[in-house]
Design a protein around this ligand. Structure first.
Ligand code: ZN
Ligand code: ZN
Length: 417
C-alpha cells in the first residue's frame, strides 16, 4: 500500500462539490468584473522566483520544490504572481494588451513542514491586474476580493490595509524598523536576528511571543511615505469608503515578499485555528514587471488560499442530493434491457445510474437510498413482458408502472414538480 506524500490531500467526491461551488462562484464573479482566466504552467525556471520573491524570503530559501535536470533548475510554482508576470511579458501582452486583468486558480507547492492549514500542495484563487498605477484599480481589486468572500458565504473576516510606499519609501521604512529594533536585537528569536539584516519586515510577522511583544511597542508612524505615495494611499482609502467597504489601516502589515510596493492588504479571519489567520492577501508590485525585463508599469493582485476558505466556511453542509434515477434490474435479460433504458435516459439529459455489483433487490434499494436517488426504476420479468418499468418515487414512497416509451417524459415532468 502506498500513502500520499505528506502535506498533500485527496479531495474526495463528497468534498469536491464544495470546491466546484467555490470555483463556479469565482468564475462568475471574475467574469462580471471582466477578468479573464490565465493558466500558466505549474513548473517554471527556479530563477524566476528567486528574482521576483527575493533571495532572502523564506519561500526561496526553504520552501521551493526544486527539480534538477542536467544543468537546469526548475521549481514547482510556490505562488502565481511571478509566473503570470512572466507570461504577460513572454507573450508580449505588455505591447498588445498593455492593461490586462487576469484570474487564475490552481495548485501551488511549498516544501513546508506539514501542519494544520499548511500543505505542501495547496490551492490559490487569485487575480493580477497588470499595467496600471491608478489607485482606483487597487480599490477594484480589494472590493472584488470582498465580493468573493461574501459570495462564498464566509463571515467574520476583516480587511487590513497598509501602504509600503515606493522602493525609496520602503528603504526608509526599513531604516525606521531597524532603528526601533537594534537595541532589542538580543531579545528577538534566532530567526528574527537573522531577519534583521536580510529582511527586517519579516520580524513583524514572527509568531514568537517575545518578538511580538517587541513589535507591538514599535511606533512606525506614516512619515516614510513620500507625497505621491501618501496621495495614492489616500485615494485607495477614499475609494473603499465610497463603496462602503470596511477596513482597518494596519501600519504593521508589510507582507514578506520583496516585490510588494505601495498598497498591501490582507483578509484576516479569527476562527481558522491556525498560526496564520489570513484567508488571503495581496498588494501592488509596481517594480516587478520591470525587474523581470518589461516596461515600467504598475500591477496589483491578490490570492486566497482555498484550503483556508474551506476552514472558514466550516464543515460544508452534506452535499445536496441530485435527482438521480437509479435502475434496479432483476435477472440477466432485464440487465441487458437496462443498458438501453439507461442510455435513453442519459440521452434525454436525465442523470441515471444502475447497480453494477449484482446486488439483491433489497441491497440495491439500500444503495439507491445511500446515493440519494429521487427515483428507483425496477425492471423484472413482469415489467419486461409489459414493456414497462416500475417507478418508485423515493420522496413520496409511491410507485407506478410506466410504459418505457413514456418514461423520459414521465421522469422529466416529475422532476419539475
Ligand atoms: Zn513613495
Ligand atoms: Zn522572531
Amino acid at each position: 500500500m502506498f500513502n500520499r506524500v505528506p502535506g498533500t490531500k485527496d479531495i474526495l467526491p463528497d468534498q469536491v462539490r464544495w470546491w466546484q461551488d467555490i470555483e463556479r462562484t469565482s468564475r462568475k464573479i471574475f467574469s462580471i468584473h471582466n477578468y479573464q482566466e490565465i493558466r500558466p504552467p505549474l513548473i517554471e525556471d527556479a530563477a524566476l522566483f528567486t528574482r521576483s520573491l527575493g533571495e532572502a524570503t523564506e519561500i526561496v530559501q526553504k520552501q521551493m520544490f526544486i527539480i534538477k535536470r542536467e544543468e537546469d533548475l526548475y521549481a514547482l510554482r510556490p505562488e502565481g504572481t511571478a509566473s503570470i508576470v512572466r507570461a504577460y511579458l513572454e507573450n508580449n501582452l505588455d505591447k498588445t494588451g498593455s492593461f490586462v486583468k487576469f484570474y487564475y486558480m490552481g495548485p501551488m507547492f511549498r516544501a513546508e513542514r506539514p501542519q494544520k492549514g499548511r500543505l505542501r500542495q495547496f490551492h490559490h484563487i487569485g487575480v493580477e491586474a497588470i499595467g496600471s498605477k491608478e489607485p482606483e484599480i487597487d480599490v477594484e481589486v480589494i472590493a472584488l476580493a470582498d465580493t468573493l468572500l461574501k459570495a462564498y458565504s464566509i463571515q467574520g473576516y476583516s480587511i487590513l490595509i497598509n501602504s509600503l510606499g515606493c522602493p525609496k519609501d520602503k528603504k526608509e521604512l526599513t531604516r525606521i524598523l531597524r532603528d526601533n529594533l537594534k537595541d532589542k536585537l538580543e531579545q528577538l528569536c534566532p530567526d528574527c536576528q537573522a531577519r534583521f539584516d536580510k529582511n527586517v519586515f519579516r520580524i513583524l510577522d514572527c509568531k514568537n511571543e517575545s518578538c511580538q511583544n517587541i513589535v507591538s511597542q514599535i511606533n512606525i508612524g506614516n512619515t516614510y511615505l513620500c507625497p505621491d505615495c501618501a496621495v495614492h494611499f489616500q485615494r485607495v482609502k477614499a475609494g473603499l469608503d465610497s463603496l462602503g467597504i470596511k477596513y482597518e489601516t494596519s501600519p504593521k502589515l508589510v507582507r514578506g515578499l520583496d516585490y510588494y510596493t505601495r498598497t498591501v492588504f490582507e483578509f484576516k479571519h479569527g476562527q481558522l485555528g491556525l498560526q496564520q489567520d489570513a484567508l488571503g492577501a495581496g498588494g501592488r508590485y509596481d517594480a516587478l514587471v520591470k525587474e523581470l525585463g518589461g516596461p515600467e508599469t504598475g500591477a496589483i493582485g491578490f490570492a486566497f488560499g482555498v484550503e483556508r476558505l474551506n476552514l472558514a466556511a466550516g464543515t460544508p453542509e452534506a452535499a445536496l442530493k441530485d435527482n438521480l434515477v437509479y435502475l434496479v434490474t432483476l435477472g440477466e435479460q432485464a440487465r441487458f434491457q437496462g443498458l438501453k433504458i439507461l442510455a435513453d435516459l442519459r440521452q434525454a439529459g436525465i442523470k441515471a445510474d444502475t447497480d453494477y455489483e449484482n446486488k439483491s433487490l433489497k441491497a440495491a434499494m439500500r444503495k439507491a437510498n445511500d446515493l440519494g436517488a429521487g427515483f428507483v426504476l425496477i425492471l423484472g420479468d413482469d415489467e419486461l413482458k409489459d414493456n414497462a418499468v416500475m417507478v418508485k418515487d423515493m420522496k413520496n414512497s409511491t410507485q407506478e408502472k410506466v410504459p418505457l416509451d413514456k418514461l423520459g417524459d414521465y421522469l422529466a415532468n416529475k422532476g419539475k414538480s
